[in-house]
Structure formats: C-alpha cells, structure tokens
Design a binder for this molecule. Structure first.
Ligand SMILES: [Ca+2]
Ligand SMILES: [Ca+2]
Length: 632
C-alpha cells in the first residue's frame, strides 16, 4: 500500500524468523533501484528506525535520507504468524503474545517433562498437531487455572510429557489460541548452550573478532588496556591490564561481577567435565588441545591477575570516568583507569583464583601455583583491610558495584582457600560467617561457598559438617519447589525476585537446584530446573525467548553497545536479557506494571533489556546441566 509521510501504528512483533518484511520503493532511481529487504538485511540507519517500529510507532520522516529523493513510498508491515499483513492497526504488538500459548521456543528433549501455558480461566481442551504430517498427534485437557498476581494473569498448564516423538509441532485450543511452532528433538538445547557461552567471546576486550569466528558480528579490536594507571596516581608507572570481558552493554571491567561469572563457568567446567572435554564453539582457541571452556575462562583470569597490586589488594574496577556513547569498541577511546582497591573485590579475586588453581585443564601447570599465590596474597590483604568499601570516586560515573556487606565474601574465599590448600584456618572463616542460603549474585556470594564445599570440598569435611551443608541446600531446594506451586508457569519466583536481572535470579536458583538434584536425584529438583530453562526460552508471561538468536521471538534490541552500533541488524547472539521487573528505572514506555510482564525489547530499556556476563553464566550452567542430566 502507499502511504504518506506521517505516524503509523505497526502491529505484530518484528523478528526475522517470522518473516517480518519491510518494503519500500522510491523514485527517482538516482541512487538505487526500487528494492525490498528482509529486516535482517536492512542496512542504512536502520537500528533507530526499527527500534521505533518496535515501539509501535513508525515515523516515516525517519526515512528522510531516502525520502529526500523519493516521490512515493510503499511500506509493508510485519507478516504475523497467521499470515495477515498489518500496517495500520490499533493493537500493541505485545498484546498478541499475551493471548498466545507459551512454550519453550528452543525446543524440548524427547524424554523430558513438557508443559505449555495456556492463558485461560479454567481447564481447557488442547490438541497438538505435527506440522509436517498435519495430523493431530496428542490431545489433552489443561489443569485448573491459577491466578498469578505478579503477571496479572490467570493461566492453566497443559502437560504433554507423553509426546516424545521428535518433530515440529503446534498446540491449539478449541477457542483458537495457538502456540508458536516448536520442536521436540534430541539436540534441543545444545546450540543454545553453545551460543550462550560464545557470547563471552563476543564480549572479549582487547581483541579483534575475526570473521572466521564472529561471522557478521566481526569487529575491530577495542580497549588494548596496555597503559593503565590508578586514578589516584596519574604519574604512576603504567601497567598492562588487557583482555577480560566487557561487563555488559558497556565497555568497563568490574572485578566482582567478572569474578562470579568466572566462578560459575569454572563450576560448569568442573561439574560437567565430560561434556566440555570435546565441546567446541568455533573460537580462535578451538584448534588447541584444551576445552574451549578452559580457554574462555583463561581469557578473563589473565585480566583479573593484572588487577592485583603488589601489596595483594585488588583494584575494584577498570573504567572510564563516564559511560561511552553507543559506539563500537574501537571508537570508545576515552582514557581508562583502575579505581581504588576494595575488600569485596579482593576477596572475590581470592576465591576465583583459589578455584582456578584447582582446575586440571590449565594451559600451563605453573599457573596453579601462580593462582594460589595470588589468592593467598589477596586473602592476607583483606585480613589487614577488612572494611574497605568501594564507592565511586567523585569523577567516576560508571557502574559502582559497591558492597559493604562482605561477610559472604569472607565465607566464600575462606571455603575456596580451604579446598585449595587443606588449611583448616580458612574453613573457620566460612564457619564463622554462616548466613542464610539464597540465590547467588555479585554482592551475595555465600552460596558459592556451598557449591564448592559440596563438590570438591566434600571429602575434606567431617561427616557432620558435610551433612549440615547438604541439608541446608536440600531444604532450600524444597522451598523453591514450594514457591513454584504459586503459578501455572511452575517457576520458583517471588515478588522480591523481580529485580534488575530477574532472569538471572531464576537461573541462579536453577544452579542450586541442579546441585541439589545431583546430590539426591529427587525428580522435583530436576523438573523445576528444567522449568526455569523453559521460562527463559519463552514459556513466560511476555512470550519472549529472552536469549538473542534463539526461538521464534527473541530480543532484537538489547541494550548492548556493539549490537546497537554495528552494521548488522540481528543483535549479537547468545545473550540473555535482564528480564522483567517493574522498577522502570530507565523511564521507557512499558506496556504493563506487573513485575513479570514489565519487559520491553528496546535499546531504551537498560533496566530490563541489558545483557551482562554474570547473567549469561548461570544460563550456560543450567543448559549444560540439563544436557548432562540426560546421561545420568
Ligand atoms: Ca580449545
Ligand atoms: Ca557481599
């Protein structure tokens, strides 16, 4: 259809996988012939334009570059799942998803528990069609509906675990609700796992990303970080603090967040050694003999080591004074510094280095002693400086990651150093800093001590100590099972979990659940952890698969500078978005105030749609755990 310049409302959700097509032609043909493009190939000045489209309003004047030379414009809107074309429609895109049956868009392993969530106020008959044969292969009735205030929704659960035949399917109800297409197949979560871990490669600092490994997301090297001084000592001799991963959508590097991410990946490598032994995801180190997981971990350990001063203390972060604009890494050239040291960063470093010293896949055996020496020096510094809490220096306006409750850091570092050295004094630090168990986070690292002691440390504890720790974890896992009964989605989420990075709160609960399952083989724990994976990939109130590049409706506009600034429409793949929460700190336009629905796929939304290394780490772990659980 032809349109005039002006504002239009676009219906449907824009994803390349759904075949969303934007076409326009223009005359005269001075620059280019009339043409049409798939959105994912659209090149010119399009990020902002498509972002606007996604917010429901298309302001045709944004195409002024073309229109200055055009006498007519044609525009075709999204082709929805049902095949209708929309350009002008009053419905917000997200409304369509509300009325959809929610499934795991990444797919299901054949033999595992499977449910779909039907937005309905009562039990509902449903049927599942094989889309290749067009035959209905499964019929059932959903459970009684449950109201869930956190999502402002009533929904019921359709169990189809008995359907185990690999294939491509769709669920429908008699009153016309449909699910996205989904697959049951033996490799369901393997590719999503590899994408989630490869996101770390895409966020590597100080390195160009070669096309051979990064494909269309290739980019120049940024941030060599080879000439760094402390902010408070501009005349000091510069040192190199290269490598590491960019923390998130920004380009800075923060020890505490980097540390928990590294630990969670170490945990995955140690807990699933057979899975990682031969698993590769096409990074420059895939040609060496080491597991790619070890290679990726080493990239950050190298950087962390450089952040320790000669007195053993660790600088809290490496940062510019202000956040960079939305530019590519090599264009973000403001001077970087290390800030003051802190007790939290130093203990986090001690724990990670002690854990790294216990890896048996290190690239050089000498690193074991190097890591352990660094960990002990850091521990000693923290003993001498137990209350050095970091706050941003006056001139610094980047992420603070401040933490003035460090008893959990003492407990974690103590537990790790005990396991690495056998010295009981370190264990005492864990015992004297006992706390309540919760999902781990960058500022609450106590659960990590549990994970280490229940794995590597178990044989080094007395039977009573081991039993007490195990009981605490299992009781916590049972509490999570209880929580999951509150909603049709069957996930352990409470109001207080819908904070910045709510998806990672759930994924970190999954890490603890997988550990509890490994200890007990209680089926509830396994199923609940799987449900969290399902939730992340679209079985949630918004209907988004929260991981870029995975599923039928993944985020397209994550708050991630390279994804915004590059010349490629699809965002860098494999990143999990922070997820819904109703703090609305960014002031963007949300469709809902309900915590579990307060999510928008927009660059604007740094409070729900940013990505970070510490959110991806439990995703990697939980996917590896589900893969591994199939062999037990
Ligand atoms: Ca390798
Ligand atoms: Ca803390």
């Amino acid at each position: 259809m032809s349109v005039r310049l002006g504002r239009y409302v676009m219906a449907g959700v824009i994803t390349p996988q759904q075949g969303c097509l934007i076409q326009w032609g223009y005359l005269p043909r001075r620059f280019l012939p009339p043409w049409s493009h798939q959105v994912n190939r659209f090149k010119i000045n399009r990020k902002k334009d498509i972002s606007m489209l996604h917010q429901r309003r298309i302001n045709i004047t944004l195409f002024s570059l073309f229109l200055a030379h055009a006498s007519a414009v044609t525009l075709t809107g999204c082709v929805s799942r049902h095949g209708e074309e929309h350009l002008v429609a009053p419905t917000a895109p997200i409304k369509a998803a509300y009325q959809e049956i929610k499934i795991n868009q990444a797919g299901y392993y054949p033999e595992r528990s499977k449910v779909a969530i039907i937005p309905a106020s009562g039990t509902t008959p449903f049927s599942i069609k094989n889309l290749h044969t067009q035959q209905v292969v499964f019929e059932g009735v959903s459970s009684a509906a449950l109201a869930w205030d956190l999502a402002d929704e009533t929904a019921s659960t359709a169990d189809f675990s008995a359907l185990k035949t690999p294939g491509l399917y769709q669920i429908t109800t008699a009153d016309g609700l449909q699910s996205p297409r989904f697959r049951i197949f033996a490799q369901a979560l393997q590719q999503p796992h590899d994408m989630a871990i490869k996101a770390y490669y895409f966020n590597r600092a100080s390195s160009a990303l070669d096309m051979a490994f990064a494909g269309q997301w290739q980019r120049a090297a940024g941030h060599p970080d080879d000439h760094i001084v402390p902010l408070s000592q501009p005349a000091a001799k510069p040192f190199a603090s290269s490598k590491g991963w960019y923390d998130a959508g920004d380009y800075n590097k923060y020890i505490v967040n980097s540390g928990i991410s590294t630990y969670t990946l170490i945990r995955a490598l140690k807990d699933f050694p057979a899975f990682y032994a031969n698993r590769q995801w096409n990074i420059p180190e895939s040609i060496n003999q080491l597991p790619d997981m070890q290679d990726e971990i080493s990239w950050n350990l190298d950087w962390m080591l450089s952040m320790q001063a000669s007195d053993g203390g660790v600088y809290h972060k490496l940062t510019t004074k202000n956040f960079a604009g939305p530019v590519m890494p090599h264009e973000a050239t403001a001077q970087r510094f290390v800030t003051a040291k802190s007790t939290a960063a130093t203990l986090n470093f001690a724990a990670v280095m002690a854990a790294a010293s216990t890896l048996d896949t290190l690239p050089d055996p000498a690193l074991k002693q190097r890591y352990l020496r660094s960990a002990k020096m850091a521990w000693q510094w923290a003993q001498d400086n137990p209350k050095v809490y970091y706050t941003n220096e006056k001139s610094v306006h980047t992420g603070e990651y401040g933490d003035d409750e460090v008893s959990d850091e003492f407990a974690w570092a103590g537990a790790q150093l005990y396991v690495a050295t056998g010295n009981k004094g370190y264990l005492q630090a864990f015992l004297t800093h006992e706390r309540k168990l919760s999902a781990p986070s960058w500022s609450q690292v106590y659960p990590h001590a549990y994970l280490t002691l229940l794995n590597e440390g178990r044989a080094m504890l007395t039977p009573d100590e081991a039993q007490a720790i195990e009981n605490t974890l299992i009781n916590y896992a049972r509490e999570l099972v209880e929580q999951s009964h509150d909603s049709a989605y069957q996930i352990p989420a409470r109001a207080e979990d819908f904070v910045w990075g709510s998806n990672a709160v759930l994924l970190n609960k999954a890490v603890l659940l997988w550990t509890a399952w490994k200890l007990t083989h209680e089926n509830d724990f396994n199923v609940l952890a799987q449900r969290i994976n399902d939730y992340i990939f679209g079985q949630n109130p918004t209907g988004y698969s929260y991981v870029t590049g995975v599923g039928t409706r993944p985020p397209q506009h994550i708050h991630h500078r390279p994804s915004y600034a590059d010349e490629v429409v699809p965002p860098v793949p494999g990143f999990v978005a922070g997820g819904p929460q109703n703090g609305h700190q960014d002031g963007c336009n949300y469709y809902s105030k309900a915590p579990a629905r307060s999510y928008i796929d927009d660059w604007c939304s740094y409070s729900t749609n940013e990505v970070t290394i510490n959110w991806n780490a439990p995703l990697v772990y939980s996917l590896a755990a589900e893969l591994d659980s199939r062999t037990r």
